[in-house]
Design a protein around this ligand. Structure first.
Ligand SMILES: *Cc1c(COP(=O)(O)O)cnc(C)c1O
Length: 372
């Protein structure tokens, strides 16, 4: 393992106690109180009425799209610069993901470039809060309203981030989270879908559990094709413990984001993700991209970091570069200049909740001195 990892899990609350309790009582499947408690705790934290726990963030997205009745023949607008699960979840429904380039400052989907991609088939927009920086939701909401589209949040990277004082996950028709090991809070593998809509909540619960009728008892008659996307009580036990400390973990990540930005702010050729003054990002990962003013290439800097046992991750390759999506029928032969700049020049720096301030100073010194 590298000396300073990109991300470490921090399980320093009631995790062991709750998991032990689940084991001792024998409730380890998805029937168990921790599932309900975690759903209530996390949805309550986000200020949303319903939370539906599932086994990962990818299926959270698929379940949300299914609940919205997105299907073959439809199109769903997603950012080009995002994690592959956003696109795949759309493909699972049979609908076609349509890519929109990133916005230069925020690296989120560029609202200015959305309307040109809307067709009669468009049903929804997925807004991904990349690296914990909230999208410009007011503009996205206006576009969705004007064209009668569902607005979905993929908040997998943004637990605790706020926009005009409201938590992400509460800013759309339906929102999805991941609790993978590197996210702001974790259950190892896990996810959740949030909605204020009672009918959507019922559809989520129905499709998540193999379309067993919700209120009819076990008839073993199924009217629709459903999925087993249930979260286990063991994972939910972790999730409840993590949610109890979420404000603390998010505040740590926020502090680290501020320190990185402060220490690297006067270095030519280093660019951080910007954000709206009315938002309070959670800085899940602190990414930068280099331009030639830095004087060294990305590869040269990454080698320097490796020499010093500092871990990093490259940015996503845009969706238009994915052969899987091209073969699926997605339109990839357009220009996505910002997404390309990010993919070719960007990477993120260590960003764990438990990162030490002295580590950030060490990392920033190396970046600073290497430029000279
Ligand atoms: C992590 C992530 C997902 C997928 O979550 P998993 O739990 O790994 O399936 C989806 N979208 C984004 C933006 C992510 O970062």
């Amino acid at each position: 393992m590298k000396k300073i990892p990109v991300c470490e899990t921090v399980l320093d609350g009631n995790e062991l106690k709750y998991v032990e309790d689940a084991i001792k009582t024998g409730w380890i499947s998805s029937s168990g109180n921790y599932v309900k408690d975690f759903e209530n705790a996390f949805s309550g934290y986000c200020g949303v009425k319903h939370g539906v726990a599932v086994c990962n963030g990818t299926v959270a997205l698929h379940l949300a799209l299914t609940a919205l009745n997105i299907k073959k023949g439809d199109e769903v607008i997603i950012p080009d610069f995002t994690m592959i699960a956003c696109a795949f979840s759309v493909c699972y429904t049979g609908a076609i993901p349509v890519f929109v380039d990133a916005e230069k400052n925020s690296w989120n989907i560029d609202p200015q470039k959305i309307e040109e991609k809307i067709t009669k088939k468009t049903k929804a927009i997925i807004a991904v809060h990349i690296f914990g920086v909230p999208c410009n939701m007011n503009v996205l909401k206006d576009i969705a309203l004007k064209h009668n589209l569902f607005l979905i949040e993929d908040a997998a990277e943004a637990h605790g981030a706020e926009y005009f004082g409201k938590k992400v996950g509460s800013l759309s028709d339906i929102a999805c989270f991941s609790f993978f090991a590197n996210k702001n809070i974790t259950t190892g593998e896990g996810g959740m879908v949030l909605t204020n809509n009672d009918e959507l909540n019922e559809r989520l619960r129905y499709y998540k559990n193999l379309c067993f009728p919700l209120n009819a008892g076990r008839t073993y008659l199924h009217e629709d094709i459903g999925f087993n996307y249930r979260m286990s009580n063991l994972h939910a036990a972790l999730g409840l413990a993590q949610t109890e400390k979420i404000d603390y973990y998010v505040s740590l990540r926020r502090e680290h984001g501020v320190i990185y930005r402060e220490l690297l702010k006067n270095i030519a050729g280093i660019h951080f993700q910007n954000y709206d003054k009315n938002s309070n990002p959670s800085f899940w990962m602190n990414g930068i991209y280099l331009t030639k003013e830095y004087g060294k290439t990305r590869n040269e800097l990454l080698e320097k970091l490796t020499e010093n046992e500092i871990d990093y991750r490259l940015f996503f390759n845009g969706m238009h570069r994915q052969n899987s999506l091209k073969n699926f029928g997605c339109k990839v032969d357009e220009e996505f200049p910002i997404s390309d700049i990010l993919a070719d020049n960007g990477f993120y720096l260590p960003s764990s909740s438990n990162l030490k301030e002295e580590d950030i100073m060490f990392i920033c010194d190396i970046i600073k001195n290497f430029q000279k």
